[in-house]
Design a protein around this ligand. Structure first.
Ligand SMILES: [Zn+2]
Length: 284
């Protein structure tokens, strides 16, 4: 009798356990300042509510896809690590499966400094004449990133133009007008004027505007709080509201606005936090 009960319970567990089983996976536990940590939740049953808490901020987790092969629901959260963050930080991942009780998992993230030397930027007076437009333009650019929509991207992101990395992400900058202290929020890719610029990933154009300081600017909303920015463009081929696919041509390289030569300033923001585009170039 007793043996029968044990057997029944074992059989029940064998079949029931995989059904309710969910897991959390991080792409890394060691990241450089200004990078991102990608968090994946996989579950045999849908997950109702989930969030990631990191450095006193809460980030939503987004549905990504259902995999018919593994019969698994996949969820993702791309969590930004601010520039100038250092040390060991706690990350808490919480989720509530459709059946069962909520689960909390704790991970520790080691943040390492980004090696970056200072560079003097000679703008030939452009900061004096055009710098006054920066504030209002930055407000417009920030406003274009308020919508948080379902995930449209997949990894890896595309490098939008070929060419030399003329200024890396996070580089400390000193301008010839004497302004100091801020760090490069994107990466500069030097390419000849007229080089076609590809959309780094699928998304909706959130802003396409001729700006005085940032030059011709495009912002794409990839969903899940991830936006990509393209600045100092020569020509813009897209309009606000249109959907672009990964690799679609959105315009050409230029040197418009406060720029010292033909290049694309390419930036990725996650919940408005500028992060290293280099962290988006691999599969996950
Ligand atoms: Zn730049």
């Amino acid at each position: 009798m007793r043996l029968k009960a044990v057997l029944l319970v074992s059989i029940f567990l064998l079949f029931a356990a995989p059904l309710y089983c969910a897991y959390v996976m991080l792409d890394t536990n060691t990241v450089k300042e200004g990078g991102v940590v990608k968090v994946k939740i996989g579950s045999k049953i849908p997950v109702k509510a989930s969030e990631v808490e990191f450095m006193n901020k809460k980030y939503p987790v987004f549905f990504r896809r259902y995999d018919p092969v593994s019969r698994e629901y996949g969820y993702i959260s791309v969590v930004p690590v601010p520039l100038d963050a250092v040390g060991r930080k706690k990350m808490q991942i919480r989720y509530l499966p459709q059946k069962g009780s909520s689960v909390e998992k704790t991970e520790y993230i080691n943040i390492r400094p980004l090696r970056s030397e200072e560079s003097l930027i000679q703008t030939g007076g452009k900061v004096f004449t055009l710098g006054k437009y920066l504030k209002e333009e930055n407000i417009l650019i920030a406003k274009s990133q308020e919508e948080i929509t379902p995930v449209k991207y997949d990894f890896p992101f595309l490098r939008p133009v070929p060419g030399r990395l003329s200024s890396p992400f996070g580089k400390k900058r000193v301008y010839d007008d004497g302004s100091v202290g801020w760090r490069h929020k994107g990466m500069d890719l030097a390419s000849p004027i007229g080089t076609e610029i590809k959309a780094a990933n699928t998304g909706t154009v959130a802003l396409a505007e001729d700006m005085k300081a940032h030059g011709n600017t495009v912002v794409i909303n990839h969903g899940g709080g991830v936006y990509s920015l393209y600045q100092h463009m020569q020509e813009i081929y897209v309009k606000k509201g249109i959907v672009v696919k990964k690799g679609d041509i959105i315009g050409t390289v230029g040197s418009t606005g406060i720029s010292t030569g033909p290049h694309l300033h390419w930036q990725i923001n996650v919940f408005k936090e500028p992060v290293n585009p280099g962290d988006f170039m691999t599969e996950f």
